[in-house]
Write a protein that binds this ligand. Sequence first.
Ligand code: C5P
Length: 415
Amino acid sequence: MALCGKVSAINLQGEIECVSLTNKKILLGIGGGIAAYKSADLVRRLKERGAEVRVVMSQSAQEFITPLTLQALSGHPVASDLLDPAAEAAMGHIELARWADLFIIAPATANIIARINAGMADELLTTCALATSAPIALCPAMNQQMYINAATQANLSSLSQRGLHLWGPASGSQACGEVGPGRMLEPLQIAEAATAFFAPPLLAGEHIMITAGPTREAIDPVRYISNHSSGKMGYALAQAAHAMGASVTLISGPTALASPVGVTRINVEGADDMLSAVMADIAQHSIFIGCAAVADYKVADIAPQKMKKSSENMTLALVRNPDILASVAALANKPYCVGFAAETQDVEHYAKGKLAAKKLDMIAANDVSVPGLGFNADSNALHVFWQDGQHALPATNKLTLAQQLLTLIANQKHA
Ligand code: C5P
């Protein structure tokens, strides 16, 4: 079984591995700061990415959030007492430290940072930090003055030199009413940093542009034609590509989704805007993935004022939209081009037709007639075709699928 980040991501059976946080064992250390309440959400975020999570809390963390909450969310008893015979009998501190693939400490207070730097083993959390050989990621969270204090800065710099990872802090308004650096990263950002930590850097050095979501074709100033695309697949691709080391530009039609961390997002509305945004920057990119559900037609004459209902029937004249993907694939200096084909029948036939007609390097086809998969769903299944090969990616969540598709792209681009 291949290990993430260490070896090629396709094994001899052709299965693609190294995805998401599946099978990763994450020990979460919670320090005693007001940001501790966010750690409950962090457990959920890590688990929804497939990680197994165990929690160790400092004594003061339990003043902010109860072990019972963390036990319910993680599905495991919470460890906090170094000298508790029952806890030691279940999973002792050394076992816990050995168990982890990654030890995230969030929030890492100024006090915990100082104690870890000093090598103290004065409670279970600090003892685990000393006893583990797993990588440790600190997510600092404290008052901005405490953060910029020379003692804290010296501790962080010494820990960083010793190979501990520093995730954050962010800057902004603080619970104490002050503004400055010292806010713990949001749980989603920490979960994404963990995903990136384990993702194989197969796309390091690549500049990937991804179109996502629907386009919105104006009829008049208040109405438009669009489709049900949620943008989830394109956003998952952007998030996964960033985690795999690429620099990512996401050209997005209107969606309700938050921007993936670390990704440059450009918002557009209609297909014409999307084409302009793509063409303005495509020369800087080595891979283009057309994941947007671009409307096939736009309104021939957009009414400058709101149209009135003057007659029983109404006919709108429509004209074909530009094919953005085909336009990119036709460029003299084209990037590696990947398209999507959402079909309801004869998927292979239509997908291969589009691969040839649009002069693509790869096409990912999905059968959108399967209930629960594809359009607007959280899961999908893809059948991927290229000039002289194909690979089926069975149904799974879109982030995992995105990492699998990107692994295929990385392999085929250099084949
Ligand atoms: O709509 P169609 O099935 O042709 O879409 C196939 C691929 O082409 C998708 O990757 C889609 O993002 C892209 N496309 C595009 N511009 C269009 C239509 C489709 O980039 N006008």
